[in-house]
Design a protein around this ligand. Structure first.
Ligand SMILES: [Fe+2]
Length: 500
């Protein structure tokens, strides 16, 4: 906020007892010009995490902070308060999908080296819930990144242990120590393809869904430096930040708050039941109370030039290309033949891509786009989850003009299409998807990375910083593309830009 910020750490190596942690903030990296200090008691009831709300700070400042337990000092962290006035520019790093066992967090390291970021925006899948031998753990042993605990996450202890493993990563620590974080969860903080009453990766013998969800949320609240409204009945992660009069950042919960079940997740789903669900205008993505909150918030945000909507999943209406013509069957396959045949069959007739995204909620998406058209001046939607870099114009059904644009952040490590379907010719999914979906302007599926969002009084630009590998220690990062939209000309959509 403009006058306070969450300072987070965790005390390791204690068992059973509670402990007092002293903290201080300073205006300088050497911690000489002390601004505030205090003490915080932590213990096993909160897994030894420390979350201090440092109040009474000046707006628009860089703040340094440090913790002390006994005679032990933590490293110094850097954070920031939001400005109040009329800033000319703002930059954010946008990330999603950091699968620890699948690769190194080079992306976090690259972001840590940046100096001029207002914050890192994490769109979710900050952890993954899988156990050894499950999704994207093939390389875990070779990389020294076997999941802890070894099994799927079900209970509070499991989720705490997994968060601890992710935060023991040196690159993650460097990113957190360099910038404030604005985070929302997606599904994997809880379980794959979650909705408000269940998840694909929640089986009958896993125990009660509510208990598992509450355990996952408790661990997330303990282990993430977030300020969200929380009580026994609900945790509200949708919230708004104001960056002077330049922009509003509106974070949404498309996952847990009000999401109805995915059309293909219904027991014994058929083509007919999926079609029926897709046409059902009562099925929601945000839920009624979040939708009316969004309308109110967009109206109040009209005093800011840009309205940036941070949310989890792909919004652009997207049809899947047919898979068969894209295959080179000479190439090696990772999938059993019958699974590949199933994927080929599913892609026939160009169905909507991935019904866990807004593609599975077309009626709710139309309402969302109408709200952006009616209540926002210059809306830009952020998304992640697909392990793909993407930019597109958001055009309501039957319309011809963009009402917003979408910038999608690629994954930090999680595998893209090509890694599971090596028999697809390189670039073929990208080329076919762009051709089939003309509102999409840019797509890259092969490399992992992060999205740099640069905002000024004229332009909002996305710049995709991609790494060449997450499986080797050494890596090269390069800018793959830049796309921008002009304030007051959202209807003209995205333009390629060659300088930043
Ligand atoms: Fe993901």
């Amino acid at each position: 906020m403009t006058d306070r910020v969450i300072l987070w750490t965790r005390v390791s190596g204690l068992a059973g007892e509670s402990v007092e942690v002293r903290w201080r903030t300073a205006a300088d990296r050497n911690m000489r010009i002390v601004l505030q200090q205090g003490a915080f008691r932590t213990g096993p009831h909160r897994d030894y995490t420390v979350k201090v709300d440092a109040k009474g700070l000046q707006p628009g400042r860089e703040i340094y902070y440090q913790f002390e337990v006994g005679d032990r000092l933590s490293p110094v962290g850097r954070t920031r308060t939001l400005p109040t006035d009329s800033p000319e520019t703002a930059s954010f790093a946008v990330v999603s999908c950091a699968n620890h066992p699948y690769g190194y967090f080079h992306v976090y390291r690259d972001i840590a080296h940046r100096d001029n970021l207002a914050a890192v925006i994490h769109l979710g899948d900050y952890i993954y819930e899988y156990g050894v031998g499950e999704y994207a753990t093939e390389r875990a042993e070779e990389l020294g990144r076997l999941p802890q605990p070894r099994g799927r996450l079900l209970r509070l202890e499991d989720y705490r242990t997994r968060h601890a493993q992710y935060k023991s990563d040196a690159d993650s620590q460097a990113m957190h120590a360099a910038h404030p974080l604005i985070a929302v969860w997606d599904d994997h903080e809880i379980a794959n393809d979650a909705w408000h009453e269940g998840a694909e990766n929640h089986r009958q013998d896993d125990g009660g869904w509510d208990d598992r969800r509450d355990a996952a949320i408790q661990a997330w609240l303990e282990w993430m430096p977030v300020r969200v409204a929380h009580n026994a009945a609900s945790t509200r992660i949708f919230r708004r930040y104001r960056y002077g009069d330049l922009l509003s950042l509106i974070m949404l919960d498309t996952r847990m708050h009000g999401r109805d079940r995915q059309p293909d997740a219904r027991a014994q789903a058929t083509k007919e039941s999926i079609d029926r669900d897709m046409r059902d205008s009562k099925r929601r993505m945000l839920g009624a109370s979040q939708e009316s909150w969004l309308q109110r918030t967009l109206r109040h945000a009209q005093g800011t030039l840009w309205q940036i909507i941070g949310q989890q999943v792909m919004v652009s209406p997207t049809r899947s290309p047919e898979l068969e013509p894209l295959l080179d069957l000479e190439r090696e396959s990772l999938l059993p033949a019958e699974q590949l045949a199933g994927l080929i069959e599913q892609s026939e007739g160009n169905p909507p891509m991935l019904l866990d995204t807004w593609n599975g909620y077309p009626e709710a998406r139309e309402d969302f786009l109408k709200d952006l058209r009616d209540y926002a001046d210059n809306p830009v939607v952020l998304s992640g989850d697909l392990h793909t870099s993407l930019a597109g114009n958001l055009i309501p059904d039957g319309g011809s003009e963009a009402v917003a644009v979408e910038f999608m952040a690629p994954s930090v490590t999680s595998p893209g299409f090509a890694e599971y379907l090596p028999e697809v010719r390189p670039g073929a999914v990208r080329d076919a998807t762009l051709e089939l979906n003309p509102a999409l302007q840019y797509m890259e599926t092969d490399r992992r990375g992060w999205l740099l969002l640069n905002i000024d009084r004229t332009l909002c630009s996305g710049e995709w910083h991609l790494v060449d590998t997450v499986h080797e220690q050494n890596y090269i990062v390069s800018v793959d593309a830049r796309w921008s939209v002009t304030a007051g000309k959202i209807s003209e959509g995205l333009q390629p830009s060659d300088s930043s």
